[in-house]
Design a protein around this ligand. Structure first.
Ligand code: KIV
Length: 272
């Protein structure tokens, strides 16, 4: 089943995201971490789904993305893949799964693809991991890059502030983006950087740039729980909430609690 806004029901591929940029079509991407949510998001017509390592925060309640493991990412990704018919499915490679050496990166990327059925992997970093990215692509695996605020490096950055505001870091980001494109990345996420820098990278690169907190780009990605208004405590400037599921869910659960306590549920028609 395809979303009500989607005319093209073919399975989205990495190559098709590049064609969308060439045709001036924007790319809509969201995270999902489980079967039920992925099915909803896919049926609503999303182009790409990211099993983000933000699952570490959103699903497991960790303060950072660092603790999540390859096994845990595989668990989340398998559920997502079962729920998706149309969207491109990209699985994050978690912290520690590719930073030590290229061999580790290739081995873990192959494991993720083999055990989940995802369509591609995403890695955080620039020139320092370009050899690993090249090797993963040589193994036949499409790779999405990720620059700017890369949460796996939060301890190096000292927080989650806007990146590349200074010229030296902006110049490095532009060089990194070109290196990722030359290595064969089919798309790059740019997180939390000045909008003018995002615009420059979009103009210089042929591959699509997917923004989050980076202003207009070839596409956008958000964490699905954030855009659905399930997390009340997280309100960055870049976030637009499309629903207030926090209220919807707590109201519904509150009603259920009251019904059970008053002996109102189950009623005559809700029993055998
Ligand atoms: O893990 C994640 O959700 C991400 C997005 C924020 C791009 O990497």
């Amino acid at each position: 089943m395809a979303g009500y806004l989607v005319e093209d029901t073919r399975k989205v591929t990495a190559q098709r995201l590049i064609e969308m940029k060439q045709q001036g079509k924007k790319i809509a991407m969201l995270t999902s971490y489980d079967y039920t949510m992925a099915q909803l998001v896919d049926q609503a017509g999303i182009d790409a789904i990211l099993i983000g390592d933000s699952a570490s925060n959103v699903m497991a309640g960790n303060a950072t993305t660092l603790p999540i493991t390859v096994d845990e990412m595989i668990y989340h990704a398998r559920g997502v893949v079962r729920g998706v018919h149309r969207a491109l499915v990209v699985c994050d490679m978690p912290f520690g799964s590719y930073q030590v050496c290229a061999d580790d990166g290739v081995r873990n990327a192959i494991r993720i693809m083999k055990e989940t059925g995802a369509d591609a992997v995403k890695l955080e970093g620039g020139i320092e991991i370009v050899d690993t990215i090249r090797r993963i692509i040589e193994a036949g695996i499409p790779v999405m890059g990720h620059l700017g605020l890369t949460p796996q490096s939060v301890n190096k950055f000292g927080g989650y502030g806007v990146r590349a505001k200074e010229k030296a870091e902006a110049d490095k980001l532009i060089a990194d983006a070109h290196a990722l494109e030359e290595a064969g990345c089919f798309a790059i996420v740019l997180e939390k950087i000045p909008a003018a820098l995002t615009a420059q990278v979009c103009a210089e690169l042929a591959v699509p740039i997917i923004g989050i907190g980076g202003g207009p780009a070839d596409g956008q990605v958000l964490v699905v729980q954030d855009m659905l208004g399930m997390n009340q405590g997280f309100s960055p400037k870049f976030l637009r909430r499309y629903a207030n599921l926090y209220n919807v869910i707590t109201d519904a659960v509150g009603h259920y609690v009251a019904d059970v306590k008053q002996g109102d549920f189950p009623n005559e028609g809700e029993r055998y």
